[in-house]
Ligand binder design. Structure first.
Ligand SMILES: [Mn+2]
Length: 462
């Protein structure tokens, strides 16, 4: 952008000439979207003026606006170049608390975390609607619960919604724009991926702000959203979304966040060191169970928070969940096919459609993970093991450390396949050791064969 010299001005129209670069301090008394823009009426002590802006103008809010004056229909209006929202009210806003990160590597994210913590304070104090959307697994729920406790600590309410898939579609954006236009959106554990670009762009036109806290590997480039992700700073996905939320939340408002951040590290199999105890595993499984079975529940977050704080209730659900996982895992291990590839990788394949029903607990991914863990436990440590669970329209891959050290990267392979198979593949990605791909029905064999071929090539070029 060019560097203009803006002169401070009042909006009194008669004094403004077209073509001036001006800086005004105004309150927006009316605003409406118009095509790609927002049209507003701005007021200061000297009068009112029309303004046109690419960014949303919120009624009753104070702004410092830098812009260029234009003449239209015999009156002057200001075309906004830069827009800065001012804090309203006389009370000073809450301050971010300074503290060290739990893991030193996080210092690379310091600026982003502080900016996000400040953003949380700002949107909480704005009084405007907040919508929190999170991925439907334990990590997503840990993040959502952490943000829920943070907002509660700041005296705020929000609409919490669980998303069915890690992709934020244009359809999602249309629904959100219709139901929550003008709200501040916080996304947790998704959708910082290329497939969500169109959806996020569309939402950007209707949202007051978009914040994304997501640790998934991503080639997505930075847009207008506020993003906290380790992967844009050369770090890996071991810094889970639930943990990132914790570092943000405790800087914005100090309250009891419990061990949710540890639960997220445990559930996403983070390689970071943490103190494990039985309550971590219990809470993790219960959250997985709730994420799978409460899909249609929109405002269940208050209930979930109460439930996991209540040891007795939590334990009862845990036992139910363990039972379900164990019986399905046993079944899956029984029907798993194993073969050793030329490069000595032990490949385990499980036909998930034979055992797991759609939208039930445990989800396919969990069954694949358990089957994988079982084989890793029962085979020699130095053996490379990759497990593939497949259904009619999706495949999930898991790899052990030995396979990873041979250069296997499930996420990379899936990204390559997206390029090779175009729109046959609907979505896909994840981490090096755990990833999934979703494709059009009827292509199971094609995608499965291609995947196995890639696995057979692992270690070849080294
Ligand atoms: Mn995660």
């Amino acid at each position: 952008m060019e560097n203009h010299l803006f002169s401070k001005a009042s909006v009194h129209e008669a004094k403004l000439k077209p073509g001036q670069f001006v800086e005004v301090e105004v309150v927006i008394i009316a605003s409406r979207p118009s095509g790609e823009h927002w049209i507003g009426i701005a007021k200061d002590d000297s009068g009112i003026i029309s303004i046109i802006s690419k960014r949303r103008l919120v009624e009753n809010h104070k702004y410092i606006i830098k812009g260029k004056t234009l003449k239209k229909n015999n009156s002057i209006l200001i075309k906004v170049i830069e827009l800065e929202k001012m804090k309203h009210g006389a009370t000073a806003s809450a301050k971010i608390k300074e503290m060290d990160f739990l893991y030193e590597g996080m210092n690379k994210l310091k600026e982003d975390v502080l900016r996000m913590a400040q953003h949380m304070i700002d949107i909480a104090e704005s009084g405007e609607q907040i919508v929190v959307k999170y991925d439907s697994d334990a990590d997503g729920l840990c993040g959502a619960l952490t943000i829920y406790r943070m907002l509660k600590c700041m005296g705020r309410d929000a609409a919490f919604m669980q998303n069915r898939s890690p992709v934020y579609t244009v359809e999602d954006a249309l629904l959100d724009a219709a139901h929550h236009g003008g709200a501040h959106f916080i996304f947790i554990d998704y959708p910082n991926n290329i497939e969500s670009d169109d959806g996020l762009k569309l939402l950007g036109k209707h949202a007051a702000s978009i914040a994304i806290i997501d640790h998934h590997l991503s080639k997505r480039e930075k847009g207008d959203e506020l993003v906290v992700t380790p992967v844009w700073h050369g770090l890996g996905a071991e810094y889970t979304s639930g943990y990132l939320c914790y570092e943000i939340a405790r800087r914005a408002c100090q309250t009891d966040y419990g061990k949710l951040w540890i639960v997220s590290l445990y559930c996403d199999k983070s390689t970071l060191e943490f103190e494990f105890d039985q309550s971590i595993e219990e809470t993790g499984l219960v959250l997985d169970y709730l994420a799978a079975t409460m899909k249609r529940e929109r405002r269940g977050i208050t209930f979930i928070d109460k439930l996991i704080r209540n040891e007795e209730m939590r334990h009862a659900i845990y036992l139910t969940a363990v039972d379900k996982v164990n019986s399905l895992t046993k079944l899956a291990i029984n029907i798993a096919k194993r073969r050793t590839l030329k490069n000595n990788i032990l490949l385990i394949m499980v036909d998930l459609d034979k055992i797991v029903e759609q939208n039930q607990f445990p989800q396919k991914g969990k069954v694949v993970g358990k089957v994988h863990d079982w084989f890793v436990e029962h085979e020699p440590k130095e053996k490379a093991i990759i497990t593939l669970g497949y259904g009619s329209n999706s495949i999930m891959a898991r790899a052990n450390k030995t396979a990873l050290s041979m250069g296997f990267n499930a996420n990379d392979i899936i990204q390559d396949m997206k390029k090779a198979y175009g729109n046959v593949i609907i979505a896909g990605g994840g981490h090096p050791g755990a990833a999934a791909v979703r494709f059009r029905k009827g292509f199971k064999r094609v995608i499965l064969n291609a995947l196995v071929e890639k696995i057979e090539l692992t270690g070849a070029e080294r």
